[in-house]
Design a protein around this ligand. Structure first.
Ligand code: NAD
Length: 289
């Protein structure tokens, strides 16, 4: 039987409807949430992501500010912009779009953001709270979006074996912590570039979360029948189309014939990430009142 396809776009719309109510409450108190995005350089994918964040803000009535900085700017210019936004009481959320040019220290910049405005949830203080078991603050958007997607599908993760492929600071590592947290209670394996026997590891999993960046890496022979496969990957594959490329995930489309539930690319984790960013912006605004 073909897998159930988890519709990230639809779940994101439902989250937006909930947020509209909270935004209206803030407006009643004279507050309009405001998200500032700092983008350095002209990476085309980053510009696409930033535009979709701006569109989501416009849909919800969140004010958005965009700070464009050229790729050859001094590191100090990024620092001074983050400091200025930290000090501006009208700005509730700040994110610095990844990747930064190689010469710039991304983690140092993240840690400069005021933790109560850190809507990406990457500041050491926010990640630290997550490790302490406190999930009430600003959580990293993509892993939180995956959790919300699983919750929407009524998936009970308690005692389930989950394999997270990828150990990045922004997806794999916080994803593993969220899955293993008390109350969720999955048994988590973190796989990465040095892991061996990936097929065997994955085949034993009830849940696979692929966050690698390798097109179609997870094939159907890696997947246990009926398992849940969440595809975080977004890969640009060049082709002869007008755009010159199309997007693929880390999970091969054939996996749908074996798995019980899958998330599509596009239309799966991507829209969930944006919805959780909007949610963090509203949460940050509420926390600052
Ligand atoms: P990253 O490059 O920081 O991390 C990739 C991880 O994959 C690393 O931990 C690495 O150890 C692991 N890896 C690499 N090769 C491997 C292999 N052969 N076997 C097993 N593990 C391997 O990437 P990231 O920022 O975590 O993003 C991962 C993917 O998710 C990318 O495709 C990215 O575009 C996508 N992404 C999507 C969203 C979204 O909203 N949909 C958000 C963030 C990232």
């Amino acid at each position: 039987m073909a897998a159930i396809v988890l519709d990230g776009k639809q779940i994101a719309l439902e989250i937006e409807e909930e947020l509209k109510v909270r935004i209206a409450n803030l407006e009643d108190n004279g507050v309009t949430p405001c998200l500032a995005v700092v983008i350095v350089g002209d990476d085309p994918a980053s510009h696409v992501y930033v535009s979709s964040k701006e569109r989501a803000c416009a849909r919800l009535g969140i004010r958005s500010i965009r700070v464009d900085i050229s790729a050859d700017a001094e590191y100090g210019e990024v620092v001074s912009n983050v400091r200025r936004l930290n000090a501006d009481p009208a700005v509730n959320g700040i994110l610095v779009q990844s990747p930064l040019p190689n010469s710039m220290d991304e983690i140092a910049i993240t840690d400069l953001i005021d933790p109560v405005k850190d809507v990406d949830g990457f500041h050491a203080q926010n990640l630290g709270r997550l490790v302490q078991g406190d999930v009430s603050g600003l959580l990293p958007c993509t892993p939180a979006g995956v959790m919300r997607m699983l919750e929407s599908a009524d998936v009970d993760l308690s005692g389930k074996r989950a394999v997270v492929i990828g150990r990045s600071r922004i997806v794999g590592m916080p994803q593993s912590i969220l899955l293993a947290q008390k109350g969720v209670d999955a048994t988590v394996t973190i796989a990465h570039s040095r892991s061996v026997e990936m097929a065997t590891l994955c085949k034993e999993a009830d849940v696979i979360i692929a966050a690698v960046g390798i097109s179609n890496m997870v094939t159907s022979d890696w997947v246990k029948p009926g398992s849940i496969v969440i595809d975080v990957g977004v890969n640009r594959v060049n082709d002869d189309s007008e755009k010159g490329y199309h997007l693929t995930g880390d999970v091969h489309p054939d996996v749908r014939r074996i798995a019980g539930m899958v998330s599509p690319v596009p239309g799966g984790v991507g829209p969930m990430t944006i919805a959780m960013l909007m949610s963090n912006t509203v949460r940050a605004t509420e926390m600052q009142q």
